[in-house]
Design a protein around this ligand. Structure first.
Ligand SMILES: NC(=O)c1ccc[n+]([C@@H]2O[C@H](COP(=O)([O-])OP(=O)(O)OC[C@H]3O[C@@H](n4cnc5c(N)ncnc54)[C@H](OP(=O)(O)O)[C@@H]3O)[C@@H](O)[C@H]2O)c1
Length: 247
């Protein structure tokens, strides 16, 4: 068994982008990092890189779209620990920017599978391990595109980005976060978008072809803040690195 005196975290989609940076930063704090990756080779390469920097990392094959993969990930993590302090539901899919008039269920479904059902699959499976922790925290990595306030603000570029899959999936994820927070007060559930909504800034990653103005370190500031909340921290919130974001 891993030395579970340490704080433990599972990061989904931990092989690159914001997930990898979150894993790196939490590993730097001395935590045990379960690095989820749907592709074992990419996950192994990422985990080896963090381990070479001194982090305690366990690579966990994890496709959030698959019940079987989530069950296998739970089994693997259970071999190391009987509790999980933090879950970062980071894995996300952008979809294909299909205009609403052309979008079909076939376009929407895979995006919901990853961005909505994925976090539900993983959260549901890991609830017993989270409930066994002293101060369990779940971070939902959502998007400003899932905020009604942001999407209906004509000053925000996303108000002119016509698509149906990604924004609706992240709006659903926001509600999922609130409903978990209300029903499970022992666990902190908080949503965050990895940018600066007021400044229309997001983090440069593969998902946006590296067009973001923020670094992945800046993009993960709010993820790390929510992952490291103390017992008196909030639940059911939506923030970015600057502070509260309107739902
Ligand atoms: N970048 C931003 O400023 C920004 C803004 C708003 C929201 N977000 C959110 O931040 C999160 C991370 O995105 P990112 O910007 O870091 O993008 P990214 O570099 O493209 O990373 C996405 C990650 O999700 C993983 N993933 C996708 N589908 C998966 C599945 N079915 N199972 C497991 N992992 C899966 C990817 O794995 P593969 O490598 O195998 O594809 C990758 O590790 C996402 O939820 C995204 O919606 C980012």
């Amino acid at each position: 068994m891993t030395n579970m005196e340490k704080t433990s975290v599972l990061v989904t989609g931990g092989n690159k982008g914001l997930g990898l940076e979150t894993a790196r930063r939490l590993g730097e704090l001395g935590w045990t990092v379960f690095l989820g990756s749907r592709d074992e080779e990419r996950g192994r390469a990422a985990a080896d890189k963090l381990a070479a920097q001194g982090a305690h990392v366990v690579m966990v094959p994890l496709d959030v779209n698959s019940d079987a993969s989530v069950a296998a990930a739970l089994q693997l993590i259970r071999a190391h620990t009987d509790r999980l302090d933090v879950l970062v539901n980071n894995a996300g899919a952008p979809g294909h920017l299909v205009p609403p008039a052309n979008a079909t269920v076939e376009d929407i479904h895979p995006v919901f599978d990853t961005n909505v059902y994925g976090p539900i699959r993983v959260t549901h499976a890991f609830l017993p391990l989270l409930e066994a922790a002293e101060n369990p925290r779940v971070v939902m990595v959502t998007s400003a595109g899932g905020s009604f306030s942001v999407v209906t603000d004509p000053e925000q570029p996303v108000s002119k980005m016509h698509e149906l899959a990604y924004s609706t999936s992240k709006a659903a994820l926001n509600m999922v976060t609130v409903r978990y927070a209300q029903a499970l007060p022992k666990i902190k559930f908080n949503a965050t978008t990895p940018g600066e909504v007021a400044n229309r800034k997001f983090a440069a990653t593969d998902m946006n072809n590296h067009t973001g103005a923020l670094t992945v370190t800046e993009g993960t500031d709010s993820i790390v803040r929510l992952a490291t909340l103390g017992p008196d921290g909030p639940t059911g919130t939506f923030t970015d690195r600057l502070g509260p974001v309107a739902w």
